[in-house]
Structures are given as C-alpha cells and as structure tokens.
Design a protein around this ligand. Structure first.
Ligand SMILES: [Zn+2]
Length: 169
C-alpha cells in the first residue's frame, strides 16, 4: 500500500527542475488530496541564487531556522526555500483545497538519501509545520549522480528516517 501516488508527469517535472538548477540543488513542494499528488510548486532555492558562502548574511527572518544550526551544519546547507514562494504556494494550496504532501529537493552529486543536515532541518521543521497549519510532509530526494535520476521518498520524524512508499503512475 503506497503512502503516496505521484503522477509520472510530476516526477518528470521534478527531474527537469533538478537538471535546470544543477550544480545547485532545486527544491519545491508537492500537494494533492487523499495521498494522490496533483500539483507541483517550484520554490526558489535561496542558496542557489545567492551562493552558499553568503548564507551567514541571510536575513534572519527569512531563514529563522538556520540560527539553530552550528557553523559546520550551515556550511553543508545546499537549499533554503524562499519564504515568499513558500507563502504563495501555501495560499494556492488552501484556495484549491489541497494538502501539502511532499517537500522535494535534488542532490546533483550525492545519493538520493537525506544528508545529516537534511535530517536536522527536517527535525526542526517538525515543530513548525503544525504551527503553520500544515501536515508533516514526506521528503522526496532526487539524485542526478547516475544517468537515470534516482527518486526516493522518506519520512523524517524525531530524527529517524524511514522510507515513504510511493507509486509513480
Ligand atoms: Zn539534501
């Protein structure tokens, strides 16, 4: 039994997005109803726009969760969702009666599994989702390491990573 059904067209969109942004990571949201994804929202990756070396100069309000990371963890961050894009997507989901289901991002040079920093950020976000009235999403990772992009999905809860079962249709 799949936790999520993701249309092939949406997976193709994610792959296209990942390829466009490589060597930077892409990120975005998937939303739908009853476990079936119907919408993809590309979210600007602030790191890809401004360069990871500028991360320390980011507007604190934009990236509040970064304050809780050590400098070493910050240095590893490859994507930070643009809050403006995020709010726009959230509003559109509400208007259309969709649930947030997935946060996706790409790993241009690494396997499709969450990095230590990905897990740390997801764990921090676990407290944030309910406060902004959103369910805890699954995390989809796409790796461009191999000629065929590898797509995998995970739940990250209480620092534990487990596979999220998904079907591509
Ligand atoms: Zn990652």
């Amino acid at each position: 039994m799949a936790d999520l059904v993701i249309p092939k067209t949406v997976v193709d969109d994610i792959i296209a997005h990942a390829k466009e942004l490589t060597p930077h990571e892409c990120c975005g949201l998937l939303a739908g109803t009853n476990g079936v994804v119907s919408h993809l929202y590309r979210i600007k990756n602030i790191v890809a726009m401004e360069g990871a070396q500028n991360l320390s100069s980011f507007d604190a309000a934009k990236v509040a969760h970064l304050e809780r990371l050590s400098p070493a963890e910050r240095a590893e961050i490859a994507f930070v969702m643009d809050m403006q894009d995020f709010s726009t997507a959230k509003k559109d989901m509400r208007n259309k009666g969709l649930d947030l289901q997935v946060v996706y991002h790409s790993h241009p040079h690494d396997p499709a599994r969450p990095s230590v920093t990905d897990i740390k950020i997801a764990s921090d976000y676990e407290e944030i989702w309910p406060k902004i009235n959103l369910p805890i999403p699954a995390y989809l990772l796409i790796s461009l390491m191999t000629s065929t992009p590898d797509v995998r999905c995970y739940w990250i809860k209480s620092g534990q990573v487990s596979p999220a079962h998904f079907a591509i249709q």
